[in-house]
Write a protein that binds this ligand. Structure first.
Ligand code: MOS
Length: 735
């Protein structure tokens, strides 16, 4: 059998990427291109009182300077359901530093950059709210979270009775800082108008949703808009939505009647495309002396912008992670003078599980119980939030196998018990979880009489391996080699697909691709078995198998013929089929999640307080793995993010002016090669017949979850110091 799914094949787009053949948004060649440069507010709150644009307008090469004074009419779109509009050139009001207050378009980039410096703005400045505590004092409890899909307050059982049953209580506050997305490829837009038709080259995780959004903004039918995004250098959530720079570039292109290209600078990435909101999380765990949880209370305090609502959903995992009868989770939101936060790599779970899994470690010490044993004693055998059975769950195996590989049994739980010269050594672990969702997707498969296969879906490859795994799914279903298959994505002309986010693409689009390929091959089977010239004449469809590019008789696999032969004999150039992932409603409802466990070793310099992660093991149960190599890369990437989250990442805003002080990659630290140890990744074999027809669960975001807690727990084990405030920088350990 030529099984292709699961094989660690190389990226099918790898060669294009290393030879420069992969064209990212800003690389797309467009004729008569002009260049847009943003004008940004230099204050965080107040009003524009004077705006002098004449010098810029008359500077060499300048085609237009667009501000709120002369902006052509367009529709404001609601950014998040329930939220308000993005304030794009509406009036003179300023809500945050870096707010886009205009765009300069010129014939060259340098001319546009120069002209932008000539725009003189005066402001009436008000004192901005930057401090989180101050914002929270005037805060409110949001009603819904997660794009309005979930109620903010969730309660099961009875917290008072939980308190009275608990013999041991851990009651702590954990905090995580503001963090920014730093994909290698900054966001870019090139807008090309031809009359009322728009072609948009856009760095986006959602060509179809960008098409819909732009249709609303410019009041034209969606079919007049084509959005193209063939390659992405990372997305991580910051390319999920249409942000104001994309709208400005597009309206500028219509205004100057030339294509306009706008590429955000690295600094602008910190103020233009969202960020992960800072959190304060008040967590209470109550347990009996035998280590059974009786009470969990998790209050997530976080912030949003002055004009829109986004709540970092930190307590989602708390509701389903452990078996506990009394669980209360809720949120509080304050407004600071910053842009609106957005999804960032495991939104909710990443900061939320830092708090929960740190608190579980604290509870294990209070109970004098091994942290793995504590988790096993509170293992949720069914989803405690809904009572539904899990579609599959291998968490106990993840603990077991991870502990074995790591050598956990040699751990002396006493803090400070291991050292090597000036280094204190600590071992820590934490659980991981992420929902295994799917969104409606479609795909089209075309089999040509040359034997070539084309597969199309308007999905995206964020660098995750979509091109590769979709090729594998198609090759397996049709029984052809991967070289015969070409997968096209990132274009609204293709079969409709959802936003690439929430780690759902392999599941959603993969299932649609599988369905389309099965339909296409069935069509060819029907042609063969009803054709007296075919060696398969009068066979039953279920007797036909697909191997080596051929349709063969299962019982006698020397009898059969190729796709080419069948199509050619029928004088068909190709046959095509469209598939989707809309499956029949299951009788029984299942809770669908991936799970995992991370184990880390840290070395902490006794005198300098510097923390190095020296070993890391991650074991996951995430359904069917489509490509062992790209999947492993995903997990290594997530763990690396986790190391950054634990030890480095931290956006700093100046307390008085609300400016981001470290908006570059030399001051905003993320892990580099030397910060990352050898990471061992394993997947537990998991067959999940319920999650979707392909049996896949999301993996991209799973592996960041819990890593910061595992590191904080290891730091405690090394030093006896419990750091509840990320990132764990040397100053906190030397206090
Ligand atoms: Mo997802 S927040 O788009 O990495």
């Amino acid at each position: 059998m030529n099984k292709v799914i699961g094989k660690p094949i190389n990226r099918v787009d790898g060669k294009l990427k290393v030879t420069g053949g992969a064209r990212y948004t800003a690389d797309m060649p467009v004729e008569n291109l002009t260049y847009g440069v943003l004008i940004e507010s230099t204050i965080a709150k107040g009003k524009i009182t004077k705006l002098e644009t004449t010098a810029a307008e008359t500077a060499p090469g300048v085609l237009a300077v667009i501000t709120h004074r002369n902006v052509p009419k367009f529709n404001q779109i609601t950014f998040f359901p329930g939220g308000q509009s993005l304030p794009i050139l509406q009036d003179e009001n300023i809500y945050y530093q870096g707010q886009h207050i205009g765009i300069v378009v010129a014939k060259t980039l340098e001319q546009a950059q120069y002209a932008a410096t000539l725009v003189k703005v005066e402001y009436q400045t008000e004192q901005p709210t930057i401090d989180i505590d101050e914002a929270l004092q005037q805060g409110y409890d949001p009603e819904r979270i997660f794009l309005g899909m979930l109620p903010a307050h969730s309660l099961r059982g009875d917290i008072t009775s939980g308190h009275s049953q608990a013999e041991i209580l851990v009651e702590k506050t954990y905090s995580t800082p503001m963090e920014n997305h730093n994909p290698i490829e900054p966001s870019a837009t090139t807008a090309v108008w031809e009359d009322d038709r728009l072609t948009l080259y856009e760095t986006t995780q959602g060509v179809c949703s960008a098409q819909e959004a732009m249709a609303k903004v410019f009041d034209i039918p969606p079919e007049n808009i084509r959005v193209i995004s063939e390659f992405l250098g990372g997305g991580f959530g910051c390319k999920a939505f249409v942000w104001s720079h994309a709208i400005l570039a597009t309206l500028a292109a219509r205004y100057v009647k030339h294509p306009v290209k706008l590429v955000l600078t690295r600094a602008q990435m910190y103020t233009s495309v969202g960020y992960r909101a800072p959190t304060r999380q008040h967590l209470t765990l109550g347990a009996t002396k035998d280590g059974k949880l009786r009470l969990i209370k998790h209050i997530g305090e976080t912030i949003t912008s002055p004009f829109d609502e986004f709540t970092e959903p930190v307590a989602m995992a708390t509701n389903m992670m452990y078996s506990c009868p009394n669980v209360d989770t809720n949120y509080r939101l304050g407004r600071i003078n910053a842009g609106t936060p957005t999804f960032m790599r495991a939104p909710g779970e990443a900061p939320g599980m830092f708090a929960l899994e740190s608190a579980m470690d604290e509870l294990s010490y209070a109970l004098e119980l091994d942290p793995i044993e504590l988790r096993v004693r509170n293992h949720a055998d069914v989803d405690p939030a809904t009572g539904h059975p899990w579609s599959s769950k291998s968490l106990k195996e993840c603990y077991q196998r991870g502990a074995e590989i790591f050598g956990w049994k040699h751990r002396n739980p006493k803090p400070g018990s291991m050292s090597d010269g000036e280094s204190l050594i600590g071992w820590g672990m934490a659980s991981a979880t992420f929902p295994a969702n799917s969104f409606p997707a479609t795909a089209k498969v075309t089999i040509y009489n040359s034997g070539e296969i084309l597969v199309e879906s308007a999905t995206h490859d964020l660098g995750t391996g979509t091109y590769t795994v979709m090729t594998q799914v198609t090759a397996e279903v049709l029984g052809v080699s991967v070289e015969k298959v070409e997968f096209k994505l990132g274009d609204t002309k293709l079969s409709k697909a959802p936003l690439t986010g929430n780690s759902t693409t392999a599941s959603s689009v993969g299932t649609a691709v599988q369905a389309a390929a099965m339909k296409a091959r069935s069509k060819v089977v029907e042609m063969a078995i009803s054709d007296s010239d075919s060696p398969l004449y009068q066979a039953k469809p279920e007797e036909v198998i697909f191997e080596s590019g051929k349709l063969l008789l299962k019982n006698n696999p020397v009898v059969g013929e190729s796709y080419q032969e069948i199509l050619t004999r029928h004088s068909l150039e190709n046959i095509e089929a469209v598939g989707d992932n809309v499956s029949k409603q299951q009788q029984q409802e299942y809770a669908k999640y991936s799970f995992g466990a991370t184990f880390v070793e840290v070395r902490v310099d006794r005198l300098l307080g510097e923390v190095r992660v020296t070993r890391c093991v991650g074991v996951y149960g995430a359904g069917r793995i489509l490509n062992a190599k790209t999947a492993r890369s995903q997990m290594i990437g997530g763990i690396t993010w986790g190391i950054g989250m634990a030890l480095m990442e931290h956006t700093v805003m100046s307390p008085h002016y609300g400016r981001i002080l470290n908006h570059n990659l030399s001051d905003y630290l993320i892990p580099v090669q030397l910060d990352v140890p050898d990471i061992q990744v394993q997947f537990v074999e998991e067959e999940d017949p319920y999650v979707n027809a392909l049996g896949t669960k999301g993996i991209g975001e799973l592996s960041i979850v819990g890593v910061a807690a595992a590191i904080a727990n290891a730091v405690y084990h090394a030093t006896g110091k419990r750091i509840r405030d990320l990132p764990i920088t040397p100053d906190k350990l030397l206090e």
